[in-house]
Design a protein around this ligand. Sequence first.
Ligand SMILES: Nc1ncnc2c1ncn2[C@@H]1O[C@H](COP(=O)(O)OP(=O)(O)OP(=O)(O)O)[C@@H](O)[C@H]1O
Ligand SMILES: [Mg+2]
Length: 343
Amino acid sequence: MPVSPYVSVRDFVDPTGNLSFEGKAVISANGVDFSSGKSYKISMSQMCVLEVLGLGQYGVVHKVFHRPTRVIMALKEIRLELNKRALQQIIMELDVLHKARSPYIVDFYGAFFIESCVYYSMEFMECGSLDRLYPAGIPEAVLGKITLSVVKGLQFLKDKLNIIHRDVKPTNVLVNKKGEVKLCDFGVSGELNQSLAKTHVGCQSYMAPERIIGTAGPEGYTIQSDVWSLGLTIIEAATGRFPYENIGFTNVFDQINAIVNGDPPKLPSSRYSEAACDFVNCCLNKDSNSRPNYQKLLEHPWLVEAEASTVDMEDWASRAHALFLARKGPSSSPYVPHTSTRR
Ligand SMILES: Nc1ncnc2c1ncn2[C@@H]1O[C@H](COP(=O)(O)OP(=O)(O)OP(=O)(O)O)[C@@H](O)[C@H]1O
Ligand SMILES: [Mg+2]
């Protein structure tokens, strides 16, 4: 297992790395206590809120300072519409996050509830999400490395935890100041997904055609649907725009129609290699059964080349982040991506 830079937090949260859920959990504003005596030792009173990092559909993400460990964290607030039973179910399901330890997955530190919100504490990724780092389009060599990390993260979730991500998109691909690329916000908790109270509606659909038309099996979702979303994410990072906007569909209804009935978008072949274009075409095959699995994607010539190449990701991340900060300006108001509208 890789050593996390936040190993001190992991010890603080749970020295064994494995929470025991045998006993009944008692949920309070101070965290969750278990009859075994173990508890999530993370609570709001220990957090000093520093700034707003972003606004999602379900709540706000803050940069916070966790006083006991002196670690900067990202604290995600998720508003829920649920009862106490569902809250308990969610905390059980969040246990799986303690096992999600991979260099390609954002570290989870713990969660606690206050009233109708779940607060989810995770590793702070200094350079933020991919949507902030691509204004002029990401160069192919960097894009290859990013894609490699995302595919490895998705493969880890599937192979080690049996989890389908369900929400692959640029805002869920995070970059730290070392230039490391990690995934967050995977659909670990079925109960949580069902209980989310939307405060903010996204305008774009990264959903695969089979999800929209409902032919993706009883669960409504398969691994192949994440591969489709990956293809769209790569094009968006490469071109700086949501792919269906590139081809003229600006409202979400037209986009959904185009996903189901139109040809899939492509990488611009004038700027990207044949291997990169082919990789994206494989991900965006409208027939979900013909999309490659993660092992096949890792064996694709584009990712084989990306694995072998040397790219200064730290340098790219710091430059791209500096450009983002310059665009955003000194305002303390949260950055709301152009892709989202408030209800
Ligand atoms: N761990 C983190 N470190 C740094 N920034 C983060 C972190 N987690 C989230 N963010 C930032 O906060 C923003 C809001 O995140 P959130 O997950 O709530 O919504 P989203 O992914 O943008 O959209 P949606 O709600 O549709 O999933 C993200 O776009 C990202 O830029
Ligand atoms: Mg997110």
